[in-house]
Design a protein around this ligand. Structure first.
Ligand code: ATP
Length: 301
């Protein structure tokens, strides 16, 4: 019977996956076993990473022919640095992430990882190099161990345990009746938003990618859980190159550099302190969010 229900589970998961926007599409394509939109070049080599820098070089992109979304976007994230991308709704933040994962190719310009144009390497190697911690991750109706190891079929139990440790999941797992063999998901134990996010972090740790793409990883969590998850993510990002796409500025104030996108161009860039001093778009967004937080705080009292 389990065999029979698995395809149904999968359809449910694919539906949820599509609904979420930027998610782990590579997983979805693998599940559906479909052709990806952008094909590999014949005999494309694998991406080789020594120093995982990311460069957007004059990238022009639009989903439709007559509507350009990114207008010649250029920036460099040096290897090992943690950068954040912020900007008003519709500025092109998620689009940038989709291009880096090569769901689409730019109409002009290039995207380089460690000096290699991502159009020239295999997609499998590109996607293996980038770990995504999505907004809302999907759990399979399977054991928590399976859910953590998912994405790297050859992960050993020791690696799964180390990842659970790194994602601060061991406290939870030790309380579970069958520990790593406990069934989770819709038909098993229901995990909270924060716990699900920790499973996503653990999955990323098992994959061990040199580059991390964090998609507003702390949405829909209470402040304390958010702080705990942020601390875990900061630890995970420490020795990697990371790009965080953030809506709430409070979560990325200590990024090495903040890129402020506006209408598909780089409007400002600098540290939190630099950008506040500049008194431009970022400073304005910061002031607005601070006022909103203050109002919420007062309403709660
Ligand atoms: P938000 O903060 O609201 O998530 P964003 O900065 O991530 O916004 P994007 O999702 O990158 O913005 O969208 C940039 C623009 O591209 C928007 O005008 C959006 O309507 C458009 N867009 C996004 N996805 C598609 C798509 N699949 N087809 C056509 N247009 C799209």
């Amino acid at each position: 019977l389990t065999q029979l229900f698995r395809p149904l589970d999968m359809l449910g998961m694919v539906y949820r996956t599509i609904r979420q926007g930027l998610i782990d599409m590579a997983e979805m394509f693998r599940l559906l076993d479909t052709e990806v939109e952008v094909p590999d070049r014949p005999n494309a080599p694998a991406l080789i990473i020594r120093k995982p820098s990311v460069i957007f070089d004059n990238v022009v992109f639009g989903y439709e022919q007559d509507r350009t979304i990114l207008h010649g976007l250029s920036f460099e994230v040096p290897a090992g640095k943690n950068y954040a991308v912020v900007g008003p709704s519709g500025a092109g933040k998620s689009t940038l992430a989709r291009l880096l994962f090569r769901f689409y190719d730019p109409q002009a310009g290039r995207i380089l990882i460690d000096g290699q144009d991502i159009r020239h390497v295999t997609q499998a190697s590109l996607r293996a190099a980038i770990g995504i911690v999505p907004q809302d991750s999907v759990l399979f109706n399977d054991t928590i161990g399976y859910n953590i190891g998912y994405g790297r079929g050859d992960a050993t139990q020791a690696e799964i345990e180390a990842a659970a440790q790194g994602a601060a999941l061991m406290g939870l797992i030790c309380r579970l009746p069958k520990r790593f063999d406990t069934e989770v998901g819709e038909r098993g134990l229901k995990l909270s938003g924060g716990e699900k996010q920790r499973v996503a972090i653990a999955r990323t740790l098992v994959k061990n990618p040199p580059i991390l793409l964090l998609d507003e990883a702390t949405s829909a969590l209470d402040t304390r859980t958010e702080q705990e998850i942020l601390a875990t993510l900061n630890r995970v990002a420490e020795h990697r190159t990371s790009i965080s796409i953030a809506h709430r500025l409070s979560t990325i104030a200590d990024a090495d550099r903040i890129l402020v996108l506006n209408e598909g161009t780089l409007a400002e860039s600098g540290s939190h302190a630099d950008l506040l001093r500049q008194g431009g778009l970022y400073a304005e967004m910061w002031a607005r969010q601070a006022a909103e937080a203050e109002a919420l705080h007062e309403a709660a009292e």
